[in-house]
Design a protein around this ligand. Structure first.
Ligand SMILES: CC(C)(COP(=O)(O)OP(=O)(O)OC[C@H]1O[C@@H](n2cnc3c(N)ncnc32)[C@H](O)[C@@H]1OP(=O)(O)O)[C@@H](O)C(=O)NCCC(=O)NCCS
Length: 176
């Protein structure tokens, strides 16, 4: 069995590195139209694998951080992912905090709990000085989470994969 590397813990959750064995469960989130409502499209198994290759496995090796598995401490169930990846913002590539949970686990505070723990870990363990979240103006659930985790919000425009300009909110935390 693969060794599971634990990154951090909070009251109800453990965040550990994702392994290949987690991809079917994570793929259920990225293949679901409701979970992906604010994304351009759902991802099939190959696109999910590519996403986690870049934002988990390669990012762990290159940056020492990435998207991590969010595990319910009590049941051991995988609830989704939360973590830090490099994303393009108005300042170039910078560490961004993101989260995706399977929909049965919404409305219980898990995303906020995981994101707060990641933010604290980013400043106190990884040594980052600034952490952001990029959120679509339509994604109100994510805005609520980001509003609880970050200090302030700016608006910015970015080019999406299709080359179109899209508006995004940039939620910002700086180490105090
Ligand atoms: C974004 C996403 C993770 C937010 O999930 P969520 O369940 O709304 O957020 P949380 O887990 O923090 O739960 C917060 C809610 O749980 C409620 N809650 C219930 N029990 C709670 C508890 N014990 N502790 C804290 N909050 C609790 C809160 O009141 C809060 O409700 P509110 O947001 O209406 O005020 C979820 O919608 C998702 O996975 N979406 C798909 C992927 C996505 O869009 N990701 C973001 C990309 S930018």
């Amino acid at each position: 069995m693969a060794v599971m590397r634990e990154i951090l813990g909070s009251e109800r959750l453990v965040l550990r590195e994702i392994t290949v064995a987690d991809l079917p469960a994570l793929g259920r989130i990225f293949g679901d139209p409701l979970c992906m409502r604010y994304y351009p499209s759902v991802k099939d198994a190959a696109a999910t694998r590519d996403f986690f290759d870049r934002l988990a496995f390669e990012s762990y090796a290159k940056n020492g951080f990435g998207l991590w598995a969010v595990i319910d401490r009590e049941s051991g169930d995988l609830l989704g992912d939360c973590g830090i990846t490099l994303q393009e913002t108005s300042r170039g590539m910078e560490p961004e905090l993101g989260y995706h949970l399977w929909r049965d686990h919404w409305g219980k505070g898990y995303a906020t709990e995981a994101a707060l723990a990641c933010r604290d870990h980013a400043f106190s363990v990884i040594g980052l000085s600034r952490l952001v979240s990029i959120v679509s103006p339509e994604n109100l659930p994510s805005q609520k989470v980001a509003g609880r985790v970050h200090q302030r919000r700016e608006a910015f425009s970015k080019r999406n994969a299709a080359g179109a300009t899209v508006e995004r909110y940039l939620y910002i935390s700086e180490k105090t």
